[in-house]
Design a protein around this ligand. Sequence first.
Ligand code: UD1
Ligand code: UDP
Length: 418
Amino acid sequence: MASRKRILVVMGTRPEAIKLAPLILKAKADPDRFEVLAVRTSQHREMLDQVVTYFDLPILADLNVMRKDQGLTHVTTAALQGLQQVIASVRPDVVVVQGDTTTSFVGALAAFYENVPVAHVEAGLRTYDKQAPFPEEVYRRLTTVIADFHFAPTETARLNLLKENVPAATIWVTGNTAIDALLLTLAKATPEPSREKAPTLLLTTHRRENHGEPMQRICEAVLILLKGFPELRVVCPVHLSPRVRQVVEPMLGSHPRVSLVEPLGYEDFVLAMNDAHIILSDSGGVQEEAPALGKPVLVLRDSTERPEAVEAGTARLVGTEVAAIVAACRELLTNPAAYRAMAQARNPFGDGHASEQILDVLARSLDSTTRHEPAAPAATPASAPPVRKRPREPALQVALAADATTRLSSAAPNPGST
Ligand code: UD1
Ligand code: UDP
């Protein structure tokens, strides 16, 4: 019989946890095939706590890297150091990373240094513009170079990988695990019955390339729309990044028809999307969820790595110019045919079984591999705990991780550094 595979899942931000939760829960429910362990860098703190609590995810280690208004260099170095120690002590059969954040890339890099195979969930998304989204486009490409298993959500993503000479036998088209999480949540949540009410615009914005003036223009457009449509209401769960808050709060906070709220728990946000008339967002995940819910999403970006939503007709790229945002919203608010054309549930991102498929591939493919031994000793800093092969006691593993946290905190660079 095939041996049980030890999977180490790495997560740092809200969307990674949402998209990896179904995979973790499925692997946990299948102890004959898998031992699943999860490490959180905590690149996000409260926004990740919300997801971990909602899905009740088992967490082996918390690296506690988040700093207020942190720079990329801080997250990269602190997470790399901590993840290397966790991977070296756990010695998993595979490290699973998701998407395109600093944590995803660094998780892949740390596994590579430790000679552990890497599975990349949501592989193959591309804009081919290194500056947009920044730095995510580069993280994705770098993760592709490192990964051994590429789980592409769509055929388009698979073709992108093939163009980059990724071996076809290492790519699997599975759909996006975002849809697994969405369906899991819709099955638990109870949407309010739809009733006649004032149109609501749901706004989310956080992308680095939208910090500053583009975000100001987004808010300006929202104010113009509120003026032009006296019935219109706006709900905006404000991302915890100070760069977002310093723009959105002063510009929209005092308007009587704008509700600025703290980041919503995942289930509440799904219900808010379901309740909205139009979604205005620069989020990646929202571009995947809105088509499945049949909600028009106007994407506050000039390019997208998720062209499938645009092709399906539910998403439209509107950028961040005031006139373009206002015109696109106005059309949806005044032209029922244009609204209907966008508001149809079409879901190009999978059937909700992506996680199962990924786990099946891992169970099958890892069967033929042997456990990977540590790389050359030079890869392990002198201060790291000695590499332990397959520690059995969970208590021991947590103790190692807590130790890593302490040392990371004391070595943390200036929070303002980039
Ligand atoms: C990160 C990801 C981005 C992803 C987004 C999801 C990178 C480079 N960026 O961007 O790809 O789309 O997460 O939301 O990996 N903060 C808190 N509490 C939290 C979360 C954030 O206070 O729970 C604040 C902190 O001040 C933190 C700042 O937000 O320093 C920025 O967080 P960071 O993860 O660096 O960037 P995001 O813009 O969230
Ligand atoms: N989301 C949430 N609460 C909110 C806003 C968003 O749970 O208040 C969810 C949303 O449903 C999606 C994910 O967070 O699954 C998107 O996260 P974000 O926009 O921060 O990151 P991105 O997807 O752009 O990387």
